[in-house]
Design a protein around this ligand. Sequence first.
Ligand SMILES: C[S@@+](CC[C@H](N)C(=O)[O-])C[C@H]1O[C@@H](n2cnc3c(N)ncnc32)[C@H](O)[C@@H]1O
Length: 281
Amino acid sequence: MARIKAHEPVLLLTEDRKRYLIRPKPGGVWYSHQGHLKYDDLIGRPFGQVVTTHLGRKLLALQPTTADLIQHIKRATQIVYPKDAAHLVMQLDLWNGKRVIEAGSGSGGLTLAFARAVMPSGRVYSYEARPEHQRLAQRNIEQLGLKDYVEFKLRDIAEGFDENDVDAVFLDVREAAAFIPQVQAALSEGGMFASLQPTANQVSELTAALQKGDFVEIRVEEILLRAWKPVPGRLRPADRMIAHTGFLIFARKLNPEHRFFWMDKRERRRAAEFASRESEK
Ligand SMILES: C[S@@+](CC[C@H](N)C(=O)[O-])C[C@H]1O[C@@H](n2cnc3c(N)ncnc32)[C@H](O)[C@@H]1O
């Protein structure tokens, strides 16, 4: 049974479903309009128990999920939403042992999802141009006990990446299209690329750059997550939803000699005709 540890995150849920993420420090007190709660009353207890503040308000202490952590981290930038982060982890094929580059670190929201996916043997190489953003991302990752799995680098990625032969690269920067040569140099053969772009014109520029580069399986996707009201007798979608977070662009690096595998019938016939004309010359 998992127990609450000092300095590790705990999700407090109120009876009216408000959510607070706290890190209990020995001897300390949590102050809020729900009342005061001594951290020592939490530390050492199993998750899933109810605690009471000095005002008599009941709070359920739960172990936060990765999605809770992403949504509650301190931010200085827009972060990648959990729905998009989850799809990225799957499509970039991140699991224990994988090496992945991301830029920029931003607030470290996605860094945390990537680190949890590739730990303990894998690594996240997280590049950021602005020192203040890097400091915040580093702090967020350290507080979650994930620093052994992340290498932070302060650099404009126009200068390129230190790593090569990595399994995946993710770009969450403006003008991602400009950095495709650097991405190509860092990726392994068959390695995965993804980017999040908020506008359609950025997507257009990026797909054009990928088509010019050594990339196949280029896909543009969007995750629309619609919650439903779980009322059995009146089951229906919730009134509101987050309609747009960003477009996700995926591609796979491939040696141009092997493009044949990604051609449809007509493209293969044209390529064969071209090759035979060339050999007759
Ligand atoms: C939207 S934020 C990234 C948010 C992050 N994915 C998260 O989930 O917390 C974009 C970040 O990229 C950084 N950035 C923009 N252009 C960059 C570049 N050329 N090289 C490195 N970092 C860059 C910005 O400073 C900013 O912190």
